[in-house]
Ligand binder design. Structure first.
Ligand SMILES: [Fe+2]
Length: 352
């Protein structure tokens, strides 16, 4: 907009460029996929700053949270044993779904019956099954149709992921913005699924659920130890670290390791455990496909703006993860608009 010869958008453009540079300040821009994402982020942030300038203002301090007592847990298990730690209890439905999908004698009707017992799960599952993530020709309007059309394994896994994520509820003192957590999880699931599809990794829906559940450890930290969470946010901001580097500095382990211990404890499938535990670990990413895909999906999701509101710095994209997956920059560039559309459409369906 020109006003008296002055481009009124000039400052916004400069602010958006600075912001985008900051987001990618720890990323190696020699990587072609990082370059594609960075270019995309510059444009997105500029447009978003024009529409939602308040989103980019510094957030007010959380004064109602007690200062952290400085007591470091000795390990993720020690953290989980701490009396302050509130773990979401396993709902009966999750236990039943696990029992049905692990029993080789189970039938399609057994799974549909378990799903039908939980109206919230039925609603979420049907919304997901009818979303653009799955392009079924028919409208899926009952749990038995979902299981019949999607197949036992796919429907079972999706039900497992949906119930697990639904356990995380908004607490009274929200340090973690639940909507951001939810959007990040869904976006990450979609990106993981589409990367797996493009790279022919087999069973893309499996990767969807891995992406969906990868950050459960983060939720546990924020809900159980609010003072610690605020301290982690403070350290990330003052030392200009990504959130998981702040975790490593203060705790000696990060939310990924914690999520791995937790999902192991819940006896979730090993692929999901590995993806949660390894998505920030360079050694695991090198050799484990699930962890590599989720690592890339997590980075791409945050680069596209589906971040958790913890630290705007998104860290780096691990080159070994890309090598492990075998996705080329050209393939990724072609995939990006499809991913963005799919995320937008899925959010519209899941969150009308
Ligand atoms: Fe993470």
């Amino acid at each position: 907009m020109i006003n008296g010869g002055i481009d009124m958008n000039f400052d916004v453009k400069e602010a958006a460029d600075n912001y985008a540079e900051h987001v990618f300040c720890q990323s190696n821009t020699d990587c072609d996929i990082v370059k594609i994402l960075k270019k995309d982020a510059h444009k997105r942030i500029y447009h978003d700053m024009l529409i939602n300038p308040d989103e980019y203002k510094p957030k007010p301090q959380l004064l109602f949270v007690e200062p952290w007592n400085g007591k470091k847990p000795t390990s993720p298990l020690d953290f989980l044993k701490n009396k302050n730690v509130v773990l979401p209890s396993l709902p009966q439905t999750l236990i039943q779904i696990k029992r049905v999908i692990n029993d080789p004698e189970s039938t399609v009707n057994d799974l549909a019956a378990v799903i039908s017992n939980d109206p919230k799960l039925v609603a979420s599952l049907l919304r997901l099954a009818n979303s653009d993530i799955y392009k079924y020709k028919y409208t899926i309007d009952t749990p038995s149709k979902a299981v019949a059309v999607m197949g036992f394994k796919k429907a079972g896994l999706l039900a497992l992921g949906t119930v697990s994520l639904s356990m995380f509820k908004k607490s009274q003192v929200a340090v973690l913005e639940l909507e951001k957590f939810w959007k990040h999880s869904i976006a990450c699931g979609i990106i993981a699924q589409e990367i797996a599809r493009a790279a022919n990794l087999g069973d893309p829906e499996h990767f969807f659920v891995s992406g969906l559940l990868h950050d459960i450890g983060l939720h546990v930290i924020f809900e159980s130890e609010k003072s610690l969470a605020v301290e982690l946010l403070r350290v990330a901001e003052t030392k200009q670290l990504s959130f998981y580097d702040a975790e490593a500095e203060i705790l000696g382990f990060n939310h990924a390791v914690l999520g791995g211990v937790l999902s192991e404890d819940w006896e979730l499938p090993q692929t999901l455990v590995r993806a949660a535990a390894g998505h920030h670990d360079p050694e695991i990413i090198k050799v484990d496909l699930e962890a590599a895909v989720v690592h890339v999906a997590d980075y791409v999701g945050r680069a596209l703006g589906y971040e958790l509101g913890l630290s705007i710095i998104i860290g780096d994209l691990d080159r070994n993860a890309l090598k492990n997956i075998g996705i080329s920059p050209d393939q990724f560039e072609e995939l990006l608009p499809k991913i963005k559309l799919l995320i937008d459409e899925t959010f519209k369906i899941l969150n009308p």
